[in-house]
Design a protein. Sequence first.
Length: 257
Amino acid sequence: MASIKLKSAEELSVMRESGRLLARVFEYLDGYIEIGVSTMDINDLAERFIIDQLRARPASKGQYGYQYVLNSSVNSVVCHGVPSATQKLKSGDIINVDITLEQGGFIADSSKMYMIGNVTPVARHLVDKTYEAMCEGIRSVKPGATLGDVGHAIQSHAQKHGYSVVREYCGHGIGREMHEEPQVLHYGQPGKGLALQEGMVFTIEPMINQGKAKVKLKKDGWTVVTSDKKLSAQWEHTVAVTSDGYEVLTLRAEERI
């Protein structure tokens, strides 16, 4: 527990503002992510909005040597997709846009799935059920619950619908640093693992595959794809443990969790 940084009420107030600003980034991008837009266009729009309009810092740029402000993961890309001027969105694509933002010394982290044009019912089902799995994990957060409870809630929902949970990548504590303790697995056993307590802040960000859970890293050193080339979906929010449950710090206007 010594390595887990519990946030004070004052620190949570700052993180709440970072989360609110990040939600605004997605609301801004909602009007631009459509057929024909490149993933680099999305990156550039987000960067200008964060810096010029919000007066905040895109926290992913420069982190671990990464050059861009977001990850854009299309179709069979599980996570960490790299924006490209030549990758233009087409009808039927599903894309995860993952963005971090720092304001007042604290970082917020969130991602959202977009369905482009005429998406197949199969792809839409995966996106929807992945969102539900994230929500099940979030709703299990409260003091005294365990990280195993969170992971189990996500895993159970995904597997009930015939999907698999990626195990190589997980959620994480967040605050002044993008990645803090604890690691938040998206699978687990009820009652196992670290007990949650008020003041913890972490991300819940399940990656759910249409096919098998196995993934592989591409030669660019960033992009992670499904090994069987089937679709993958992901949603993410930054969540605080409160005295009686949870608060989603990056909640967007259209959401009720």
